[in-house]
Ligand binder design. Structure first.
Ligand SMILES: [Zn+2]
Ligand SMILES: [Zn+2]
Length: 403
């Protein structure tokens, strides 16, 4: 089969590879939708990601498709206490209330507990699954699992899904859910986590910094949850999408400008135009413009620092965008203290937010139409990533893995 293999910095090749044989508990998924992602772009530029992908390795991680091969789990002789314990833990992450029937476990042959996956099932697979046993998994912080198992290889005709991912983070799609929509589950699950972490309440003034796919997903979700959303970002096409997704204010920050001054000026202007509007008035007369919540979805030291100057007293900043390794930022300690700021950083997703993300997608709140701006055949992937390093405007691109 054809697959994109990452070899190192800006080195991706499309190769004919032998699909690996399935191990017990694994399934093979024929990929129907694979999407490009900012993380993949980062990996492409850097050549690796210490946790997620070490080359040479199959590339890409946002996917959905159809199961076309299943290898049942073998019956393994285990001490009965261990078996019971580990099954219990699995059921905790597998059975959120709204998930009846999705990935439901049935009794397989010989009484072995298996999930009821079969050939032809339409599924979405997350890009990782937690172990369920380490400290962080036990305290409900599976996003921080010490042994997260990552899955890459979305830019390929098929993918072998490891047993742990099959058990914990592979979800069945409703018949009417499109593969493109479903492939948004992974990034959206991270955004769901980010929104939960800031405890957004209806009516709050939210500033999203960054108009990439993640920033745009924050706009859609914050709007859906009742926030009044302002976005500050670049590239007209992406800002137009933000407007469509419900941003009430769109600030084009342009190249090399002072973000804080730019946002303050735009807010001041909108206040002048409609004085009655609660356009972040909380900051009036204080040293900050005053958003209740600021979400940084860029991943640069400058924007992390700017975020803190744009939140109101008592407000919350989510440093969501991951900066390059070893980045440090400077913060004004007095501002933090006297403004009683809540600063936090969200990372990755949990099995629960993966399921919530699919619910947002299946209820039509987040749709691929708003995020996928083009299509490309697998053979064009290396050139596509090259163009993404130099300002390709697409939000996300759908990769056609079969030609
Ligand atoms: Zn992604
Ligand atoms: Zn763990």
């Amino acid at each position: 089969m054809k697959a994109a293999i990452l070899y190192g910095r800006e080195q991706v090749r499309i190769e004919d590879i032998q699909p690996p044989p399935l191990r017990p508990g694994e399934v093979r998924v024929r990929i129907e939708a694979a999407l490009t992602c900012g993380t993949d772009l980062k990996v492409f530029k850097r050549g690796y990601h210490a946790k997620m992908i070490v080359p040479p390795a199959a590339f890409g991680h946002e996917l959905s498709g159809v199961i076309y091969e299943v290898r049942p789990r073998l019956e393994v002789q285990r001490p009965s206490s261990f078996a019971k314990d580990s099954e219990d833990k699995q059921s905790k992450v597998q059975s959120p209330k709204s998930e009846e029937g999705r990935g439901a476990r049935v009794e397989g042959e010989k009484g072995e507990t298996q999930q009821g996956w079969k050939i032809g099932d339409r599924v979405v697979v997350a890009n990782s699954a937690p172990c369920g046993e380490c400290f962080h998994c036990r305290v409900g912080q599976e996003n921080l699992c010490e042994n997260l198992l990552f899955l890459n290889g979305a830019y390929a005709e098929t993918i072998a899904v490891p047993a742990r991912l099959v058990q914990k983070n592979m979800l069945r799609l409703k018949p009417q859910t499109s593969f493109q929509d479903a492939a948004l589950v992974e990034p959206l699950a991270c955004v769901v986590k980010g929104i939960e972490d800031v405890q957004l309440r209806p009516g709050q003034q939210v500033l999203v910094i960054g108009a990439g796919p993640i920033g745009l997903m924050f706009v859609a979700l914050a709007k859906q949850l009742g926030g009044d959303v302002t976005i500050a970002g670049r590239r007209a096409a992406r800002l137009a999408v933000a407007r469509k997704l419900g941003a009430s204010r769109v600030i084009d920050v342009g190249p090399n400008t002072d973000l804080v001054a730019n946002v303050r000026q735009a807010i001041q202007q909108s206040r002048d135009r409609s004085p009655g509007r609660s356009a972040a008035e909380a900051g009036e007369g204080t040293s900050t413009v005053g958003f209740d919540v600021v979400i940084e979805a860029v991943g640069k030291a400058e924007t992390w620092e700017a975020s803190v100057r744009l939140v109101r007293k008592g407000g919350t900043v989510n440093f969501f965008g991951g900066c390059p390794a070893n980045t440090t930022i400077k913060l004004n300690a007095s501002l933090l203290h006297y403004s009683n700021l809540k600063l936090l950083a969200s990372f990755h997703h949990t099995p629960r937010t993966i399921r919530l993300a699919l619910e947002f997608i299946e209820s039509g709140i987040v749709r691929a139409d708003d995020f996928v701006s083009g299509e490309a055949p697998l053979s064009d992937l290396p050139a596509l990533f090259q163009s993404m390093t130099t300002g390709n405007q697409a939000v996300k691109t759908l990769i056609r893995v079969r030609e």
